[in-house]
Design a protein around this ligand. Structure first.
Ligand SMILES: *[C@@H]1O[C@H](CO)[C@@H](O)[C@H](O)[C@H]1NC(C)=O
Ligand SMILES: *[C@@H]1O[C@H](CO)[C@@H](O)[C@H](O)[C@H]1NC(C)=O
Ligand SMILES: *[C@@H]1O[C@H](CO)[C@@H](O)[C@H](O)[C@H]1NC(C)=O
Ligand SMILES: CC(=O)N[C@H]1CO[C@H](CO)[C@@H](O)[C@@H]1O
Length: 311
């Protein structure tokens, strides 16, 4: 695009936004670039998501494991699936699903969990590892119980904790059947459906022991810098067929409007500024990003060794 045209469009959109008011989304006109106009916190210095460069991560041996015992609880559980026009969200309010450990300053209550995904496998996650984006990311949003209710915790430092899980494509994951089988019931904005309950941690990867930790923000307006982020090293596996249902069965519009998929509902990575990303274990310093690299390097080293030993 021509630079002057770009500036013109930017100004035009800025003016239109002021007129139209606080609407946000992921299109050019209402996208992340414009969020700071209506939501000043989105222009802050400790924003999320970020790119996690594994070589810059610091091991912190004082970061303990999480205690998922209470999060497993399905007694009197109520889970409501909702299309909020930006994502597919499962409401957990009032269930008293508590999380502790993981170096969190107190006991946190689960409020909801939701997803960000791409229209293609090569994008969709909000956080990336060593520059690599994943097709989907799940966020479990919790608030510090000392604030009583979610809305009070929202804008307090450390008021929120988000557990983030990255997805990769593989075999069908039947733990997601209950959610995916109800997507056609929430095909339009503001649609709701009641789910048969399941243990929240059944969606997590088998081993959720190693994680990354940093302090950041909500990845959607109003972008408050109140979030203690945890990104788990191990991925959740789902099939292409399953992710395709997220891509095409839920729309961002009301039923009386033209259907548009919710896909590509992710915010681009933000500057790290002075922040440090920590990990709770040495394994966090190794990320098997590219499976081809390892054997190649191995053979290369063997070859080099043989060559040197011949000299
Ligand atoms: C599970 O939830 C029920 C009802 O809220 C509660 O009475 C019970 O103590 C909880 N159990 C655990 C292990 O959290
Ligand atoms: C390591 O983690 C603990 C628990 O969250 C925290 O109190 C401490 O400040 C961290 N250490 C460093 C060097 O950041
Ligand atoms: C479509 O439905 C929504 C909510 O049901 C309503 O607010 C809106 O005015 C409707 N739009 C049209 C064009 O009828
Ligand atoms: C922690 C946090 O994000 N605090 C913010 C709460 O809201 C005010 C007003 O928008 C901001 O100035 C704070 O930074």
């Amino acid at each position: 695009m021509d630079a002057r045209l770009g500036v013109f469009l930017f100004l035009l959109v800025t003016v239109l936004q002021t007129v139209v008011g606080n609407k946000w989304g992921y299109d050019y006109a209402d996208g992340p670039k414009f969020w700071p106009n209506s939501y000043p916190n989105c222009g802050g210095k400790q924003q999320s998501p970020i790119s996690i460069g594994v070589s810059e991560v610091v091991v912190n041996n004082s970061l303990p494991q999480f205690n998922f015992d209470h999060i497993k609880n399905v007694t009197n559980l109520k889970m409501t699936l909702e299309n909020n026009g930006h994502s597919v969200q499962i409401d957990l309010k009032g269930n008293n699903l508590q999380l502790s450990g993981g170096g969190l300053p107190g006991v946190y209550n689960a409020e909801q969990f939701h997803f960000h995904w791409g229209s293609e496998d090569k994008r969709g996650s909000e956080h990336n590892i060593n520059g690599k984006q994943y097709p989907m990311e799940m966020h479990v949003v919790l608030y510090n119980s000392q604030h009583g209710v979610f809305s009070n915790a929202l804008n307090k430092t450390g008021g929120l904790a988000v557990l983030a899980f990255l997805f990769e494509i593989g075999e069908t994951n039947h733990h997601f059947d209950e959610i995916i089988s109800h997507l056609t019931k929430i095909s339009h904005k503001d649609d709701h459906a009641l789910l048969n309950t399941f243990a929240l941690d059944s969606l997590f990867p088998h081993d959720a022991g190693v994680y990354y930790r940093y302090y950041g923000s909500l990845t959607t307006p109003p972008c408050y810098e109140s979030v203690i982020w945890t990104i788990f090293k191990n991925h959740i596996i789902i099939s292409e067929e399953q992710i395709d249902k997220f891509r095409h069965q839920v729309h961002r519009n009301y039923a009386n409007e033209t259907d548009r998929d919710i896909s590509d509902d992710y915010r681009p990575v933000q500057r790290l500024n002075n922040r440090v990303v920590m990990t709770n274990a040495e394994e966090g310093l190794y990320y098997n990003n590219c499976k081809i690299n390892l054997p190649f390097n191995f053979y290369f080293m063997v070859l080099l060794f043989l060559l040197i030993s011949k000299l």
